[in-house]
Design a binder for this molecule. Structure first.
Ligand code: ZN
Length: 461
C-alpha cells in the first residue's frame, strides 16, 4: 500500500506538471500574439500621426503662399497650425498606447497591476516636476490648464483603464541615462549582477583596476534642461525649426534642386500652389530630428543576421514602437505559484516620398507613411538591457545619498543598490581582475551568431 501511495503521489505530480507546462505554453503563445499586435497598433498610430503632422505642414505652406503678395504676413494661422502639430505629437503616440492595450485585451492578456502603478507614479511626477522644469510644448490659452497638466490627464486616463502593455522604448524626460558615467549606465549594474567581466574589459577597462572606494567616482552631472516636443511613449522624434530655410536641403542660398521637389509635394498635399519664398518666413515647422532620423543600418549592431539587404529608401531609423507584455500563468503544482511570462516585440512605420526618396530626405515632415511591420528587437530603439524596475528611484534618491555618505546609505530592496554593494567588495573586483588576466582573450564585441565566444545578438527573437 505504501508503494502504491508513493506511485500515486508521483503520478499526481507528473499530471500537475504536465498541466502547468501546457498552461505556460498557452500563455506564452497568447503573450506573443498580444505583444506583436500591440507593437503594430502603436506603430500604426505613429505613422498616421506623422502623416497628419505632414499634412498640417503642407497646408501651412499653401496658406503662407497665398499671403506672399500682401503687405504684412499674418502668422496667426501658422501659429495655430504649429500648436495643433505640437499637440498631435503628444496625443497621437498616447493614442497608440491606448490601442496597444486594447489589442492586448482582445488577445486575453489581463492588466498588469505593476505597469498600471508605474504609469500612475509617473503621472504624479509630471504634476510635481514638469511645470517647474520644462517649457510647455504648446500654448493652452488663457484660463486653460497648462500643457503639462493636459498631458498628465491623458496618461492618467490611460492608466485608469489598466495597463496590459508597457512601452519598452520610452524616453521619460527625467529618467535619463548617461553612458559615460558608470553609475548612470544600467549596463554597469547588469555587468556586476552577471559577473560579466568582459563588459569591463571592453568598455571600462580602467575601472576594475583603479577603483578604490565610493569617493573615487566622478561627480554626478546636473539634470539637463530641455524643451520637450515629443511624447514620452512611442516618441515621434521630431524637432521644430523657426524658418524652413534652416533645413540645408531647402535653403535657397545656393541653387537647390530639392526646393522644387518640396514646393511640388507640399502643393500637391496642401491643395494649392506653393512658392519657394515661403521658406524664408519666420514661422515654425515640424521636422525630423536628425540625431534620431538617420540610416537604420548604422544603428543596427554590426553582424546582424540580415536575410537580405535593407532597401535604401527604407533605411531610416526614426520612430518605432517597442512594447512589453507581462502575462501570468497560475500553476497548480504545489510550491510553484504564479509564473510570469514576459514578451517583448517591436514594430515600425515605413514610408517614402514620391520618386522613391527616403521619407525624411527633405527634413520637413510630409505625409508618406503607408505601412507598418514588425522588426527585430535588436533593430529597435529599446535599450540594450531591459531596465529593471526602480531605476528612477535609484538615480534620483539612492545615488545622491551614496555619493554623500557611501554604501552604508544604500537602501535594501533596490536591484541597483544590491549590485553597487557587491561592487564595493574588494574581493569581488579582485576576482574580476584575476579572471580577466587569464581569459581576457575570450572577450569579443558581439559580431553575430557563430563568430566566437561572446557572439550573438543582444536578444533572442
Ligand atoms: Zn538603488
Amino acid at each position: 500500500m505504501i508503494f502504491v501511495v508513493m506511485v500515486l503521489v508521483l503520478l499526481a505530480f507528473v499530471v500537475f506538471w504536465q498541466f502547468d507546462l501546457h498552461k505556460t505554453l498557452y500563455v506564452k503563445l497568447r503573450a506573443r500574439d498580444a505583444s506583436d499586435a500591440a507593437a503594430l497598433a502603436a506603430a500604426r498610430w505613429q505613422g498616421q500621426t506623422l502623416n497628419l503632422i505632414g499634412e498640417l505642414n503642407a497646408i501651412q505652406a499653401v496658406l503662407l503662399t497665398e499671403q506672399l503678395g500682401t503687405a504684412a504676413i499674418d502668422t496667426a494661422e501658422a501659429d495655430a497650425l504649429n500648436d495643433l502639430r505640437s499637440r498631435l505629437s503628444f496625443v497621437g503616440p498616447v493614442m497608440g498606447l491606448v490601442e496597444a492595450n486594447q489589442v492586448a485585451h482582445h488577445n486575453r492578456i489581463y492588466n498588469n497591476p505593476f505597469y498600471t502603478r508605474q504609469l500612475l507614479e509617473h503621472v504624479t511626477r509630471i504634476h510635481e516636476e514638469y511645470e517647474r522644469q520644462f517649457v510647455p510644448p504648446w500654448d493652452s490659452g488663457p484660463g486653460a490648464p497648462g500643457a503639462w497638466t493636459e498631458y498628465a490627464a491623458m496618461l492618467e486616463a490611460v492608466a485608469r483603464q489598466g495597463l496590459a502593455v508597457m512601452p519598452e522604448n520610452p524616453s521619460w524626460f527625467i529618467d535619463y541615462m548617461d553612458f559615460h558615467h558608470p553609475l548612470l549606465n544600467p549596463a554597469f549594474y547588469d555587468a556586476v549582477a552577471s559577473r560579466n567581466w568582459c563588459w569591463f574589459f571592453l568598455h571600462r577597462h580602467a575601472l576594475l583596476a583603479s577603483y578604490t572606494n565610493w569617493r573615487s567616482w566622478p561627480s554626478l552631472p546636473a539634470l539637463m534642461q530641455r524643451e520637450p516636443l515629443n511624447a514620452e511613449v512611442f516618441s515621434l522624434r521630431l524637432n521644430r525649426v523657426r524658418t524652413a530655410a534652416n533645413w540645408p536641403v531647402l535653403s535657397p542660398l545656393a541653387p537647390n534642386p530639392r526646393t522644387g521637389e518640396w514646393t511640388a509635394q507640399t502643393g500637391a498635399v496642401g491643395g494649392g500652389p506653393v512658392e519657394p519664398e515661403v521658406v524664408w518666413l519666420e514661422v515654425a515647422w515640424h521636422g525630423y530630428e536628425p540625431s534620431d532620423w538617420y540610416r537604420w543600418t548604422e544603428f543596427i549592431p554590426a553582424g546582424f543576421p540580415f536575410r537580405s539587404p535593407v532597401r535604401s529608401v527604407y533605411d531610416v531609423l526614426g520612430a518605432d514602437a517597442a512594447v512589453r507584455v507581462g502575462a501570468f500563468a497560475d500553476r497548480i503544482t504545489p510550491g510553484l505559484g504564479r509564473g510570469e511570462v514576459l514578451r517583448t516585440a517591436a514594430a515600425k512605420p515605413f514610408g517614402r516620398l514620391p520618386g522613391d526618396q527616403p521619407i525624411h530626405s527633405l527634413g520637413m515632415v510630409l505625409p508618406g507613411f503607408h505601412d507598418v511591420r514588425l522588426i527585430p528587437m535588436d533593430a529597435s530603439t529599446a535599450p540594450e538591457q531591459g531596465q529593471m524596475p526602480g531605476w528612477p528611484d535609484h538615480i534620483y534618491e539612492h545615488l545622491p545619498l551614496y555619493m554623500r555618505h557611501g554604501p552604508g546609505a544604500l537602501p535594501a530592496g533596490c536591484y541597483y543598490c544590491r549590485q553597487l554593494n557587491r561592487w564595493e567588495d574588494p574581493e569581488f573586483r579582485q576576482r574580476g581582475r584575476a579572471w580577466l588576466e587569464q581569459y581576457h582573450h575570450t572577450c569579443h564585441h558581439a559580431t553575430g551568431p557563430g563568430s566566437g565566444p561572446g557572439g550573438g545578438t543582444r536578444r533572442g527573437h
